[in-house]
Design a protein around this ligand. Structure first.
Ligand code: FES
Ligand code: FES
Length: 155
């Protein structure tokens, strides 16, 4: 039986039992029921599983849960509680970015991470920050517009 681990997810502490090398994604989805974070490729190539660890975007499909202990994890379920997250989600809704939706939690998490460090990103900043998030529905144009709208609506 693996020893208990303490995780801080969206500002709440959770004691979970999981092997050290279990990917954070499976802890979120299968143990904690936070299914907003998606599994796409499992090899850090699509971005669907993006969450924040200490504010930085990470691919949770490859990050072992042991690397998230004593760090602040934020998922799509909690990102709207931040000022930047709320602005990004509003811009996403206003511009109806989503098509099938599968990639969008990862897209939003990467966009929030970008705007948190670069409040007024230009196209090359957006390209660099979002390059690892794949959308099979091709919503890239609306994603870019929504990032710019969220940036321009900064309080
Ligand atoms: S599922 Fe993690 S990057 Fe694709
Ligand atoms: S909205 Fe369908 S994969 Fe991006």
């Amino acid at each position: 039986m693996p020893e208990q681990k303490q995780l801080a997810i969206n500002g709440q502490n959770h004691a979970i039992s999981a092997p050290d090398d279990m990917p954070l994604l499976w802890v979120l989805r299968d143990i904690l029921g936070l299914t907003g974070t998606k599994f796409g490729c499992g090899i850090a190539q699509c971005g669907a599983c993006t969450v924040h660890v200490d504010g930085k975007p990470v691919r949770s499909c490859l990050l072992p849960v042991s690397a998230a202990i004593r760090r602040a994890v934020t998922t799509i379920e909690g990102i709207g509680a931040t000022a930047v997250g709320a602005r990004v989600q509003k811009a996403w809704l206003d511009l109806e970015v989503v098509q099938c939706g599968y990639c969008q939690s990862g897209q939003i998490m990467s966009a929030v991470a970008l705007l948190s460090t670069t409040p007024r990103p230009d196209d090359s900043d957006i390209n660099a920050a979002m390059a690892g998030n794949i959308c099979r529905c091709g919503t890239y144009v609306r994603i870019r517009e929504a990032i710019k709208r969220a940036a321009s609506s900064e309080a």
